[in-house]
Structure formats: structure tokens, C-alpha cells
Design a protein around this ligand. Structure first.
Ligand code: B12
Ligand code: SF4
Ligand code: SF4
Length: 251
């Protein structure tokens, strides 16, 4: 038990330090708060059903690593200052900083994944970074970071279609597959979205001028059309200037 906890502490420490030091090492902006880490059981029934839930081509953890045990999932929350830049731009147009944060964060997470997997292998464990792609017609990825983070107990889905963690939904998720002997987390039971827990709010829907978000659901084509008008193809008005951006208000 002690060894298992030590290993979790090591993984979390590695991720936290990597993200904290990244801007100084790369002369980049400081746009991230302290990350959250969760552990999904690679054999959890919900993970096994992802090809059914998302699309038949959705990968399973064993597509990347033989006999996988755990998926390490993490959330990188953005700072309030970064979110504020996006709030200051009207309609569904994204701020320059918000657009740049997209590729900067993806780049950082790509490097972090490789380093973390490498360190785990050096410690005698097995680890692999999932390689995934997005089906451009269906607008679905064959490795859904949100669904994996959900199984890892990191958050619950809001009506903005975002996964809301205890540090909010304004940020990004990523994951790696491994065989480390740690106890898996389980999906959260309480709803983190105010509309889902108390039937109030809907601020995310009012923020989405394109009409992609409604109480009835999310229209990913309308969203994509709107996002693609901005550099880097992002918008994020359903992710900023909302009560669940930095906390879990529904709880
Ligand atoms: C393709 C894609 C897009 C496409 C299509 C969007 C989509 N939702 O599918 C477009 C370009 C439109 C897009 C837009 C955006 N995206 Co995008 N996108 C992706 C990508 C690559 C794959 C998404 C996917 O495959 N979806 C599959 C479908 C089936 O899932 P879904 O539409 O989300 O619907 C599911 C959930 O709603 C869920 N669900 C809803 N309610 C409930 C309730 C319960 C109980 C359960 C279990 C499930 C559940 O079930 C649905 C069906 O499976 C992921 C990265 C990745 N590899 O995962 C990022 C990702 C989803 N995007 C992200 C972001 C931030 C955005 C934008 C805000 C753009 C921006 N950066 O400014 C917008 C927000 C749109 C929105 N409100 O969802 C983040 C989300 C972070 C978060 N907190 O949730 C992700 C995870 C990227 C990342 N690495 O963090 N995106
Ligand atoms: S803005 Fe309000 S209604 Fe929308 S997801 Fe967040 S808490 Fe739920
Ligand atoms: S759902 Fe899409 S179009 Fe609507 S606010 Fe969110 S990112 Fe923008």
C-alpha cells in the first residue's frame, strides 16, 4: 500500500513539476495552474465500451500497450488571466492568447507524455503514449481524452459538453497508458454542473452565439464551423466567463 501511494505521489510530482517549469525552460507564457491527476482502470467496463459509446474505431488501451493496467489521465487548468483575454473579445471570436494557448499546451503535453513514459520505463514499468487521430467527417477522435478522464474520476460533463473537474473545465486533458501497480480511481457521483445538479445557470448556452450549444445538446458541426473562423480553430466561449470555469459549482 505504501509503495502504491509513493508511486502515485511520484507521478503527480513529476506532472506538477514538469508543467510548472515548462514556461521558464521554453521562454513561454505562464498560462497554467497546478494540474490534477487521475487513474483509470484500463479494464473498467466503461473503457471497454468506448468503441460503442464514441465510435467503432475508438482505440482500447491494449492497442498501445500489451496487458495495460492503468491510464494516467491529467487535467491542465488554464489561469484566470488567460481566460480573461478570451472574455474581452466579443461574440464567438477567440483572443490571440486563447488561440496561441491551444498549440502551446498541446506541444507541452506531447513532450510531457513522452518524458513521463520514458521515466516510468526507466523505473522498470511499461508505458506508452497513445497515438490518436480525429476523423474529420465525424469530428470524433479515436482516443477520447474526456471520456478517459471521466473514468479516472477527474470530472463530470456539464451542459457545455465540457468535462468539469474540481478545478473547473477551463483547460485541457491528456493521458498515457501504463502497467504501474496503483489503485484506480472511480467516476464521480455528484454533478459538477449547476444546471445538472440544480436546474439553474445556462450561462454557457448564452455565451455561445453560434447556437451550437442548447439545453437539448451540442451540435459539433456548428461548433466546428464557428471555431474554424478563428486562428487555430478554437473559440472557447463555453469554457470561459462561466461559473464552472475554475471550480465545480454544482457540487
Ligand atoms: C474533435 C474535437 C473537437 C471538434 C468536435 C467537438 C466534439 N465535442 O466532439 C470541435 C472542433 C468542434 C471542437 C471544439 C471544441 N473543443 Co475540442 N476536441 C476534439 C477532440 C479532438 C475529440 C472529441 C471527440 O472525439 N468527441 C467524441 C464525442 C463522441 O464526444 P462529445 O461530442 O464530447 O460527446 C460526448 C460527451 O458530451 C459525453 N457526455 C455528455 N454528457 C454526458 C454525461 C455522462 C454521464 C457521460 C458519461 C458522458 C456524457 O458523451 C458524449 C457522447 O460520447 C478532443 C481531444 C480528444 N482527443 O479527446 C478535443 C476536446 C474535446 N476539445 C476541447 C476544447 C477545449 C474545445 C473547445 C472549447 C475549443 C477551444 N479550445 O476553444 C470547443 C468546445 C466544444 C464543446 N462545447 O464541446 C477539450 C475539452 C476540455 C474539457 N474541459 O472538456 C478537448 C478534450 C481537448 C483536450 N486535449 O483537452 N473539438
Ligand atoms: S455554465 Fe453553468 S450550466 Fe453551463 S456547464 Fe457551467 S455550470 Fe453548467
Ligand atoms: S460550443 Fe463551440 S461555438 Fe459554442 S461557444 Fe463553445 S466553442 Fe464556441
Amino acid at each position: 500500500m505504501e509503495k502504491k501511494n509513493t508511486l502515485k505521489e511520484w507521478v503527480e510530482g513529476f506532472i506538477v513539476k514538469y508543467i510548472e517549469e515548462y514556461p521558464d525552460r521554453n521562454f513561454g507564457p505562464k498560462i497554467w495552474r497546478t494540474p490534477l491527476v487521475g487513474y483509470a482502470d484500463a479494464n473498467h467496463p466503461y473503457i471497454r465500451r468506448l468503441p460503442e459509446i464514441v465510435m467503432p474505431e475508438h482505440s482500447l488501451p491494449e492497442d498501445f500497450l500489451e496487458n495495460p493496467r492503468i491510464i494516467i489521465s491529467y487535467f491542465v487548468p488554464f489561469t484566470k488571466e488567460l481566460a480573461q483575454t478570451n472574455v474581452q473579445v466579443a461574440g464567438n471570436a477567440a483572443s490571440k492568447e486563447w488561440s496561441e494557448a491551444y498549440s502551446y499546451t498541446n506541444h507541452m503535453m506531447g513532450e510531457l507524455n513522452e518524458q513521463l513514459a520514458e521515466e516510468l520505463r526507466n523505473m522498470g514499468y511499461r508505458a506508452a503514449v497513445p497515438k490518436w487521430e480525429t476523423n474529420r467527417t465525424l469530428l470524433k477522435s479515436n482516443w477520447s481524452q474526456r471520456h478517459i478522464a471521466y473514468v479516472a474520476g477527474l470530472g463530470t460533463f456539464g451542459i457545455n459538453n465540457m468535462l468539469i473537474s474540481r478545478k473547473g473545465c477551463c483547460g485541457r486533458y491528456n493521458s498515457i497508458v501504463t502497467d504501474i501497480p496503483v489503485e484506480a480511481d472511480v467516476p464521480l457521483e455528484e454533478e459538477n454542473c449547476l444546471y445538472k445538479s440544480r436546474g439553474i445557470c445556462k450561462k454557457c448556452i448564452r455565451n455561445c452565439f453560434s447556437g451550437a450549444l442548447t439545453v437539448e445538446g451540442f451540435d459539433r458541426r456548428k461548433c466546428r464551423e464557428t471555431c474554424s473562423k478563428n486562428p487555430e480553430g478554437v473559440c472557447g466561449k463555453c469554457d470561459t466567463n462561466i461559473p464552472c470555469a475554475f471550480t465545480a459549482p454544482g457540487k
